[in-house]
Design a protein around this ligand. Structure first.
Ligand code: FAD
Length: 448
């Protein structure tokens, strides 16, 4: 009996010590993340995120415990805080877990406004016939994108059917609807279009999958059950990037929805007859309606040099360890390029050259300035200013300038980080009205 009591006591005691030790570890990690992110100046959320009312909050930490993303919400000085704001994707689990309703999901901040297109309840913009679904409309998350894609397409189908009672469909090669983007919103819209027997096409500048393709390998993806038109219910809640991509491929195969990729839409013009002329990388298209499902990540700017189409050229760094022991060239002079080069240079046996066309890195944050200088002096990073790549080949890159004349550098991977075109710039060009939100609840969330 006494032995049993001692054994139980020891087990409970051990568990408590373990829990406290882990708690202390987590607290320390959260404080470190908070300090690091603030130092890097990455403390502005880019999407929907929680706003914590500190007068109502009773600091139970329930919001931190339920957050599905690692080290995004943390306890700092005993209070919950968004410690890695730019990694928050607005799951909203924190809001639901708060016992005293101290959390609101908001978009934009006082400092950084987020531009959202103004949409009607059927996802139409102020440009008649031009619709928007998915993250571009401001609501992130895969299940929201899937639901909105299908809803928007049903509205498009109803509008077209009503119009046909008044006038026949334009003949020739005019589509009923062109869907731009084959992420979750575009895919679901395409399935709905097929189920309504519409004449449609879906194009993507990259490939099927959307933002999911940029997730780190094996990332745990949290989602909610959704109904995919023509395919049925998908009951996933917790899966991985790879499993979800496989599922999207299977859906496309089973339903026969044609995805045209890579096809980039460069511009859209509404003609006098109300149809749209769409300029794409593979030629002109015409459609009665256009559904933009292009997300919010934008299009990376290209170098426009021979060899850029090679698979070794990439526009973002997802997993630095993947490039360990290789020879990498990073092109660009902003924070993204410098941070990419510094991350790669930390990998053992990795040789990194940073090429910038100007003579100075005058746009980058002071911390990056300092880290760059340290890496340059230590010789872990080969920095070439006033230089540009002129050609990319399978095993080398030709770089001109930077005091080395024209040089052929042995190379395995090229990272291009020279900015890009944001979707909001596009919306402005097409005359779509946008509203800038500064830390207000998303209109579709109805205040919470
Ligand atoms: C790191 C990370 C982790 C995330 N984790 C989760 C998670 O766990 N759970 C979750 O629910 N959500 C998560 N999200 C958010 C989720 O990925 C997005 O909300 C969702 O993918 C939005 O879908 P979408 O179809 O609106 O846009 P996207 O998925 O962004 O797809 C847009 C598509 O449009 C194409 N496109 C863009 N411009 C053009 C053009 N001019 N011409 C042709 N095609 C074009 C793009 O190539 C892309 O394929 C995460 C996001 C990130 C970045």
């Amino acid at each position: 009996m006494t032995l049993a009591v001692i054994a139980v006591g020891a087990t409970v005691g051990g568990a408590l010590v373990y829990t406290f030790a882990r708690g202390a570890q987590t607290k320390k990690r959260h404080e470190e993340v908070d300090a690091r992110v603030s130092k890097l100046g990455r403390n502005e959320p880019v999407s929907l995120h929680p706003k914590i009312d500190e007068h109502t909050c009773i600091c139970t930490g329930a919001c931190v415990t339920v957050c599905p993303e690692k080290d995004v919400l943390g306890m700092v000085d005993g209070k919950p805080k968004l410690i890695n704001p730019s990694a928050c994707i607005g799951h909203g689990e924190c809001m639901r877990a708060c016992p005293v309703d101290a959390i609101t999901l908001v978009i934009g901040t006082e400092k950084r406004g987020v531009e959202l297109p103004l949409l009607t309840s059927d996802f139409q913009t102020n440009v008649p016939g031009l619709y928007i679904a998915g993250e571009l409309g401001g609501m992130g998350l895969i299940h929201n994108a899937v639901n909105q894609g299908a809803q928007a397409m049903r509205a498009i189908g109803e509008g077209l059917a009503a119009g046909r009672k008044l006038a026949a469909a334009p003949g020739g090669d005019v589509l009923d609807v062109l869907i731009v983007g084959a992420g979750p919103a575009g895919l679901s819209a395409a399935l709905q279009a097929k189920s309504l027997s519409l004449r449609f096409a879906v194009v993507d500048q990259e490939q099927l999958g959307g933002a999911l393709r940029s997730f780190p390998r094996q990332k745990v993806v949290m989602t909610a059950p959704v109904e995919l038109p023509l395919y049925g219910k998908i009951k996933l809640r917790r899966t991985t990037k790879e499993a979800l991509l496989e599922l999207w491929e299977e859906v496309v195969q089973k339903t026969g929805v044609p995805i045209e990729a890579p096809v980039k839409v460069n511009g859209i013009t509404r003609e006098a007859d109300g149809t749209f002329a769409i300029d794409t990388s593979t030629g002109a298209r015409r459609a009665e309606r256009v559904l933009l499902a292009i997300g919010r990540r934008g299009t990376p700017r290209k170098l426009g040099i021979p060899g850029e189409e090679l698979p070794k050229v990439t526009y973002k760094l997802i997993e630095p360890e993947q490039y360990r022991g290789t020879r990498c060239l990073v092109v660009g002079g902003g924070d993204a390029a410098v941070e990419t080069a510094l991350l790669l240079a930390k990998e053992p046996d990795t040789k990194v050259t940073l090429v910038h066309r100007n003579d100075r890195f005058d746009r980058i944050k002071p911390d990056n300035q300092q880290l760059l200088e340290v890496a340059r002096i230590a010789g872990t990073l080969d920095v070439r200013t006033s230089a540009s790549p002129t050609q990319i080949a399978a095993d080398h890159v030709v770089v001109r300038g930077g005091g080395h004349g024209t040089e052929r550098l042995p190379n395995d991977f090229v990272f291009v980080a020279i900015g890009g075109e944001l979707p909001t710039a596009w919306l402005n060009k097409m005359g779509v009205e946008v509203k800038t939100l500064h830390g207000e609840a998303h209109p579709a969330l109805g205040g919470r």
